[in-house]
Design a protein around this ligand. Structure first.
Ligand SMILES: *Cc1c(COP(=O)(O)O)cnc(C)c1O
Length: 390
């Protein structure tokens, strides 16, 4: 095969292979092994003392199936290096424990688990964690009062799809000697590459779009070789490595990521446009709609608008609950990014612990439903919403 000089993401991820198989398999076998044998002690010491590259023990991060996955993950985000983890929270916790110890400033809304980790656990460890509303971005520079802090955010954010300007935040952070971490789970690497916009650390819950079939739990960090190295040490000693079997399953999923995301984008746009016309829907939050507050910014920093959207149903919380309970194709479940469409009510799930005032302040209306638009036929999804709204 002759390879083009600068292959696109779909070509790269399909031909991401480190090992030639003796039987001519186009893909690498799964290395479920935990350990590796050496011919003699000298050969073992060569690896331990880093004179030659080699695998020693899987938990350390040395496993062919995991390393092949990581090569593919790095390529997807245009990063030098990637580390694969047992879950999104494993990736996030190792990253903040490594690079957030001088203080963390969060901007905008965060995934519930991340919020808990930072508020309960990082603060208990004495780490200075501050939270800014999206509208308080002007305060960011002042909060970065000592060098070496970590700025942390998500865009699009959960569940109102609010967009933050990655390039502008990275500029402020770098001026103050801070690092920038972006949770890119909602967008996926096909629709947005934060590294290209100045982010230093990109995080994914691979449980969502990267896995894409609601059948595996995994996480990823994409960054530079230099910033990855200390995170790998935390991963090793916290024991957060992904299992080789899961790594191989995730590698398989990644080969269809570009085409899946294209269809998620298309379906979500069709659903968003139909809901915008519906008389019982008061608001649609979707970055691809010109009526959406963050649309212009999304157009600048995203190449696609993603499969996530939120709608606000007339009649508040109870009306929204009735709609959620009447849907037949959309499954009532948390999580997102799978081939099947899901619906959840943020006030009953991810944001249940907030007071109504806090929810409203965060742009989460009483009648809000969050939709993860899957890969079914768009017309069936729209018909399902229409019948439920009756
Ligand atoms: C699900 C999710 C996480 C956590 O990932 P897990 O794989 O469940 O640990 C982090 N961030 C975002 C935006 C998520 O949606």
């Amino acid at each position: 095969m002759t390879k083009p000089d600068n292959p696109g993401p779909a070509t790269r991820i399909i031909h991401n292979r480190r090992h030639k198989d003796a039987f001519g398999s186009p893909y690498s076998p799964v290395y479920n092994t935990t350990t590796y044998r050496f011919e003699n002690t000298a050969a073992l010491l060569d690896v331990i003392e880093k004179r030659t590259e080699g695998n020693l023990y899987t938990r350390w991060g040395t496993n062919p199936s995991i390393n092949e996955l990581e090569q593919g993950l790095a390529g997807l985000e245009n990063a030098e290096a990637a580390l694969a983890f047992a879950s999104g929270m494993a990736a996030i916790s190792a990253t903040v424990l490594t690079h957030g110890r001088k203080g963390i400033v969060c901007v905008g809304d965060l995934y519930g688990g991340t919020q808990e980790l930072l508020k309960n656990h990082c603060m208990a460890l004495g780490i200075d964690v501050q939270f800014l509303f999206r509208e308080e971005l002007a305060q960011l520079e002042r909060r970065l009062d000592v060098p070496g802090k970590l700025v942390y955010f998500e865009t699009p954010a959960n569940p109102n799809l609010a967009i933050l300007d990655i390039r502008a935040i990275a500029e402020i952070a770098h001026r103050r000697g801070a690092l920038v971490a972006v949770d890119n789970t909602f967008a996926s690497p096909i629709n947005q590459n934060p590294v290209n916009l100045g982010a230093d650390l990109v995080l994914h819950s691979a449980t969502k779009y990267l896995g894409g079939h609601s059948d595996l739990t995994a996480g990823a960090l994409m960054t530079t070789v230099e910033l990855a190295k200390p995170v790998a040490a935390w991963r090793k000693n916290l024991g957060q490595l992904i299992a080789p079997e899961t790594a191989a399953l995730l590698s398989r999923s990644l080969r269809t990521l570009p085409i899946r995301i294209r269809q998620h984008n298309e379906n979500a746009m069709a659903v968003a446009q139909a809901m915008e016309q519906h008389p019982k829907i008061t608001k649609v939050h979707y970055p691809g709609l010109p009526s959406f507050e963050g649309h212009e910014l999304a157009k600048q920093q995203m190449t696609g608008f993603g499969g996530m959207l939120s709608i606000e149903v007339q009649g508040g919380q109870q009306a929204a609950e009735r709609v959620a309970d009447s849907l037949k194709v959309f499954l009532l479940a948390t999580s997102l990014g799978g081939v099947e469409s899901l619906v959840s009510q943020p006030s009953a799930t991810s944001h249940h612990s907030l007071s109504r005032e806090e929810r409203l302040k965060r742009g989460i209306g009483d009648g809000m439903l969050r939709l993860s638009v899957g890969l079914e036929d768009a017309q069936d999804l729209i018909a399902d919403l229409n019948q439920a709204l009756k």
